[in-house]
Design a protein around this ligand. Structure first.
Ligand code: GRF
Length: 284
């Protein structure tokens, strides 16, 4: 399916404020060699997401949610506009099974938790109530369940003792704005997919924890991109090691732990100095 060998045409579905949409609009503008956001659809008429798209000159349509009707109408639209992949970004509806089936492997969602933990709504409240040390974000392929599809990319974000649902949400959002475009890059370059390609990997798939699977999926496709047999993923060759190295290193710089350091920006100068002082002492 991917890579297409031409720029992909992307549709984004968003119900609300659309900050993830904004990140995607910025990452995939018109004329981008890999792909461009060509269509934005919202089920809510006044959604800020529609404004964001229009101000970038991208077609933005409100399609009211009516069970059955929405999917039918949107399918026609996607076909007519030659859309290659659909990205859900704060889209608050559950798409019908026929739509999900038709777009499987080309339909992504972003969710603000470390799936499979905390699917559904009110994520940050539940994470704080459970006193988790980490939360994060997950970009996944959409399957027939709610937030259950194969994981494409996941980033951890620490939960701080001072966190409120709002502060945790804000910290995760910041990471999401980098994670979603990266995930779409991987997809469009053919460097990840929803299922293993090789027999070797398919055999052991159920034993691999779902959070580790993205590394295997990337490694296989890296091998393919290098013209190596995908079965090599299970061999202890230098190519396989290189493929796993790529699979891990592609996440470099994304880790939400590093983002906590940015909170320093809001600290009063004496506290910043306190931090610097301790660092100097540690580094002696
Ligand atoms: C994000 O946290 C995303 O993970 C979830 O909904 C939120 C959408 O935020 N699916 P925005 O509309 O992109 O600002």
């Amino acid at each position: 399916m991917f890579p297409l060998g031409r720029p992909a045409r992307l549709a984004v579905f968003a119900s609300g404020r659309g900050t993830n949409l904004q990140a995607l609009l910025d990452a995939f503008p018109r004329g981008h060699p890999l792909g461009e956001v060509a269509l934005v659809v919202s089920d809510r008429q006044g959604a800020l997401a529609l404004e964001r798209a229009r101000s970038k000159g991208v077609e933005a349509l409100h399609i009211p949610w009516q069970k059955g009707r929405f999917a039918e109408e949107v399918q026609r639209l996607l076909k007519d506009r030659g859309i290659d992949a659909v990205l859900l970004a704060g889209f608050m509806r559950i798409l019908p099974p026929s739509f999900v089936e038709a777009w499987y492997g080309r339909l992504l969602n972003i969710h603000p938790s470390l799936l499979p933990d905390y699917p559904g709504l009110h994520v940050h409240e539940r994470v704080l109530a459970a006193q988790e040390a980490f939360s994060g974000t997950t970009v996944h392929f959409v399957d027939q369940g709610v937030d259950t599809g194969p994981i494409l990319l996941q980033v951890r974000v620490p939960v701080l003792p001072t966190d409120t649902p709002q502060s945790l949400e804000a910290r995760i959002l910041e990471v999401e704005h980098r994670a979603y475009p990266l995930a779409v890059h991987l997809l469009l370059l053919g460097l990840v997919g929803p299922e293993p390609l090789s027999q070797a990997l398919r055999r052991i798939w159920p034993e691999i924890p779902c959070r580790s699977r993205p590394y295997y999926l990337r490694a296989e496709r890296a091998l393919r991109a290098w013209g190596r047999p995908v079965e090599e993923v299970a061999w202890a060759t230098d190519w396989a090691r290189a493929a796993f190295l790529f699979a891990y290193r592609v996440e470099e710089g994304l880790d939400g732990v590093a983002w906590v350091a940015r909170e320093e920006k809001g600290l009063p100068p004496p506290l910043k100095e306190g931090v610097e002082d301790l660092l100097r002492r540690v580094k002696l």
